[in-house]
Design a protein around this ligand. Structure first.
Ligand SMILES: *Cc1c(COP(=O)(O)O)cnc(C)c1O
Length: 230
């Protein structure tokens, strides 16, 4: 199928899932995940209206940013090492993968040097799977508390990756739990941590994620086809 056709399908599926969810009117943000995808193809995606791009590696994000520029918004969705923060704070509009206090401090420091406020999502590991990055829910609360004094980093919501499993109930439970956590954090009305975005759902599970309350999906292969890693 063509890129345009894939995008149309994804949007249709999103609409269908949104209608089944608690808030059928809300806006769903699509982050087109462009890792391993060549620049020409990414340009076509931008022409088709996908204006938010997600990359999971700093080096790849930087080289594509260099070629494509600031027309799309860039999202850092993968694990971020502290020593790489300085390269991206002035280029990305949202970091989805804040998962430690030391990383928060580094983002605050580097964003402060550029006098810009960096928006971040806290990555939560609700499934407790060991191989995954992300904080457990209690640690997410602790991190938010610690971030109150950080002027240059703004929490905008939560992100999770569902565990690798064919069991759809496990996936759905994970989404339900992240949604509940988001609601609980929002109820605390922190001045420095807004729960605007819930980044959950990828090619295999975005419909379930939206049905469970996601408003930001990170979609790669359903848009671009299967990735070629060689
Ligand atoms: C690759 C990736 C995605 C998209 O994966 P697809 O299954 O291709 O949709 C989403 N989120 C993160 C963090 C990723 O690394």
């Amino acid at each position: 199928m063509s890129l345009k056709e894939n995008i149309r399908m994804v949007k249709e599926n999103i609409d269908e899932a949104r209608k089944k969810s608690f808030d059928p009117q809300r806006e769903i943000h699509i982050i087109a995940v462009t890792k391993t995808i060549p620049v020409e193809v990414i340009r076509s995606a931008i022409e088709s209206g996908l204006m938010s791009l997600g990359e999971n590696k700093v080096q790849e994000l930087l080289s594509k940013y260099e070629e494509i520029g600031t027309e799309p918004q860039w999202h850092m969705i993968g694990h971020l090492q502290r020593n790489k923060v300085k390269y991206i704070v002035d280029k990305v509009s949202l970091i989805h993968s804040l998962d430690s206090l030391s990383l928060a401090r580094e983002i605050n420091k580097r964003a402060g040097e550029d006098r810009l406020k960096m928006e971040v999502l806290i990555q939560v590991n609700v499934s407790g799977e060991e191989s995954k990055y992300g904080l457990d829910p209690l640690s997410a609360y602790h991190l938010i508390d610690e971030m109150e004094s950080m002027d240059w980093v703004r929490v905008k919501g939560l992100m999770t990756m569902a565990p690798f499993t064919a069991n759809q109930k496990v996936t759905r439970d994970c989404f339900k739990r992240l949604f509940e956590l988001k609601e609980q954090i929002a109820a605390k009305k922190y001045g420095h941590a807004e729960m605007k975005y819930l980044s959950m759902g990828m090619s295999n599970d975005y419909q379930a994620a939206i049905e469970e309350g996601s408003n930001m999906v990170r979609i790669g292969s359903a848009i671009f086809g299967n990735r070629n890693y060689d």
